[in-house]
Design a protein. Structure first.
Length: 416
């Protein structure tokens, strides 16, 4: 589904022209469609319509409070990976009983904060972490529900930097150790260890890796649940691939939902999913201005006012984002072209292409499909401010995060 498209010459989202936003807001800025989040959530919800499951949005993909508010109203829970994400989710009125806390390196303070807030489940990634949570829960005189994150040793057939399911990755606990944990679960007097969790990676387009991990997990479930229903919660992660390249590579979500239903005893198990990108990727665009154009021999550089500090994915994962002009341009130029940012790094490249629109200095460009892992991964590198975020809702647009001022950036520094 396209949430940014041209009407006549103008790029629009919902009923708002991006050009009109840029008349009021200095570039670069992110803008999102509120209704895109709602639609994406409901596509997922409908795919699982006859199954009661917890859809826990991976807030790391985009954790703006207004966006969490939208998803909360649609009925989403969240998957968080830090006390910061947890605090924001609670501020957005996500019910604690709809929150799972993942991550390989939770601190004492983060665990204490999570337990005190009575969250649904902490997904644990090592035996040492399990002992630490037990001690903290004991001190608080509380019992915490726990999921054990498996490392299934199955790679998600994706970019090596976003694969998480192999033994060579830092995530999860190997299968044989997981069985041990369940056998000895009584040792952990302040933990209710009833869950299994996994997440094998991101941008997975095929159903096969999921089939493989479901099969392996089922064998483990059968062993552990042989005499009594010990495992009651199954958190099957996220990772559903989206079609950045526009290659007709839509994730087969209905087939996936059928696979979940046919693989597991859903009457006995509460199923949790943790989609991030699937809900947020195409909801947003990064709007930037062309500052300068230059040629080095037969190579053209289009230099924009937005770079890898605003959108890190191309530099980090070689990922592709389609870039289009905000006001339609008919002519293109066939010449090797790099669209680059202002950051002092050669990897600060937003796109390499053999042909691009014949843009002029001062033109506006939209870096599409930047709703996921865009703003949430941005940084102050080169002492550049975090940029403004705008939410479009039908024919209105509002600021949902202000651009940082220089004073905001410098306020924590202590000059000796
Ligand atoms: C534990 C966990 N769950 C869910 C996600 C969301 O992944 P995606 O955005 O690919 O759906 C991630 C992503 O890194 C993750 O680490």
């Amino acid at each position: 589904m396209k949430y940014f498209d041209y009407i006549d010459e103008d790029l629009r989202s919902e009923e708002v022209s991006i050009k009109d936003i840029a008349k009021n807001i200095p570039t670069p800025f992110y803008c999102y469609s509120a209704n895109a989040f709602k639609n994406n959530f409901n596509v997922l919800k409908n795919a699982f319509k006859d199954l009661e499951l917890k859809i826990c949005y991976a807030t790391k993909s985009n954790s703006n409070l207004s966006i969490l508010n939208i998803l909360q109203k649609e009925g989403a829970g969240v998957d968080v990976v830090s006390a910061g994400e947890l605090r924001k989710s609670l501020m957005a009125n996500i019910s604690p009983q709809d929150i799972v806390f993942s991550g390989v390196g939770k601190t004492y303070e983060e665990i204490e904060y999570a337990i005190s807030n009575n969250i649904f489940q902490i997904n644990v990634e090592s035996v040492s972490e399990l002992s630490a949570i037990n001690k903290i829960a004991h001190k608080l005189n509380l019992v915490q529900q726990i999921g054990i994150r498996l490392n299934p040793d199955i790679a998600g057939k994706t970019h090596k930097n976003i694969s998480t399911g192999s033994l060579s990755d830092k995530f999860g606990i190997p299968f044989d150790e997981v069985e041990e944990i369940f056998l000895n679960r009584e040792i952990f007097s302040n933990l209710n260890i009833v869950g299994i969790a996994f997440h094998i990676g991101s941008q997975i387009h095929d159903i096969e890796p999921f089939q493989a991990v479901f099969k392996k997990t089922n064998e483990l479930l059968k062993k552990i649940n042989k005499n009594e229903q010990v495992i009651k919660v199954l958190d099957i992660g996220g990772g559903y691939g989206v079609d950045y390249e526009n290659n007709n590579e839509e994730f087969p979500i209905l087939e996936y939902a059928d696979l979940v239903k046919s693989s597991f005893d859903t009457n006995e198990l509460t199923i949790v999913i943790e989609p991030g990108r699937y809900l947020s990727w195409n909801t947003g665009a990064l709007i930037t201005k062309v500052l300068y154009i230059k040629k080095h021999g037969n190579k053209k550089f289009i230099i924009t006012d937005s770079g890898m500090n605003d959108l890190m994915r191309p530099a980090l994962y070689d990922s592709y984002h389609k870039i289009v002009p905000v006001s339609k341009i008919k002519n293109t130029e066939k010449i090797p072209t790099d669209i680059v940012g202002p950051i002092c790094e050669s990897t600060d490249k937003l796109l390499s292409t053999s042909e691009f629109y014949d843009v002029k200095e001062g033109d506006l460009l939209a870096i599409l499909n930047s709703g996921a892992y865009g703003s949430s991964m941005s940084s102050n590198y080169n002492v550049r401010p975090l940029i403004e975020e705008i939410l479009i809702d039908k024919d209105t647009f509002s600021t949902i995060r202000k651009r940082q001022s220089f004073e905001d950036i410098i306020v924590q520094e202590i000059e000796l």
